[in-house]
Design a protein around this ligand. Structure first.
Ligand code: LIP
Length: 266
């Protein structure tokens, strides 16, 4: 089967868009917590599971030889060397509260390690806004079919930066302390609750930079490709205590931003 990034991009867009419609329908019908995971505030809804099963079925139909790695179900191996990395509802807490900032994230990669795998294609859909972000390797990034590119902020001091916090209270407290050491050196901080959309906002120059430590591969696989194809400087290589730091920033401020995060202990 082909591994043509442009064809894989079209497939990811088709599947993520249909999955987004299902998730939005379930949102309107009312959302319930199905279970909690790593902590009492780390919830999964019935819709998370249903939407992942829907995506998994569509991928198995279109590409039976590919592997699957999703947030809500067991991974499965494949024979093609490609893996689909899926977050059916990124920003589940926003979804639960009815905050219109959650996304379906679908990516396909070659390789095992999130720090070095090569992403071939990815799509992030925000169904509440009807926005479709997509990218393919060497194919650029787009929002609703139009090319997007990362911003050119004059300096870090006037840059708008986003971050996020984990589901463990002690970790959240440490993350907030790091954020308190960042906030005085940038324009302002945003915490909007969905990593995939934060990365896409850097790609669309709605944000100048983003960082979060502790993300899972499905939270950033598609968003990182979209940000990188939009010209942002993206990294997922730094792992400390088993928790991966994902960053994306406009090229003009990338070096300063990395230094600031290091000094802040992010
Ligand atoms: C969420 C991320 C968010 C992070 C949350 C959580 P989920 O993913 O999108 O950036 O701060 O802790 O990881 O759990 O909604 O798929």
């Amino acid at each position: 089967m082909t591994a043509d990034p442009t064809e894989l991009r079209a497939l990811a867009v088709g599947i993520a868009t249909a999955a987004g419609e299902l998730a939005l329908r379930r949102r309107r019908e009312g959302v319930e917590i199905a279970a909690t995971k790593s902590s009492i505030v780390d919830v999964v809804t019935a819709a998370d599971r249903e939407v992942e099963a829907f995506i998994r079925g569509r991928i198995a139909e279109a590409r039976p030889g590919d592997a699957f790695l999703g947030e809500e179900s067991d991974a499965s191996a494949g024979s093609s060397g490609l893996t689909w990395v899926v977050d059916p509802i990124d920003g589940t807490v926003n979804y639960l509260y009815g905050i219109p900032r959650w996304a379906v994230s679908v990516a396909v990669v070659e390789g095992e390690d999130p720090a070095t795998w090569s992403a071939l294609a990815g799509c992030v859909v925000n169904p509440s806004l009807g926005e479709v972000f997509a990218a393919s390797a060497r194919g650029g990034a787009s929002l609703d079919g139009r090319p997007i590119s990362a911003g050119e902020p004059p300096g870090l001091g006037t840059s708008l930066v986003a971050t996020g916090f984990g589901y463990d209270a002690a970790i959240r407290t440490a993350q907030a302390q790091a954020a308190s050491r960042v906030i005085g050196s940038v324009r302002d901080l945003r915490r909007a609750g969905a990593a995939a959309l934060d990365l896409c906002d850097v790609a669309a120059s709605r944000l100048d930079a983003y960082w979060e430590r502790g993300l899972a591969p499905w939270d950033f696989a598609a968003g990182a490709l979209i940000a990188a194809e939009a010209g942002a400087v993206v990294s997922a290589a730094d792992v400390r205590d088993g928790r991966r730091l994902v960053t994306a920033s406009a090229p003009a401020i990338a070096a300063e931003f990395a230094e600031l995060l290091l000094a802040a202990g992010a």
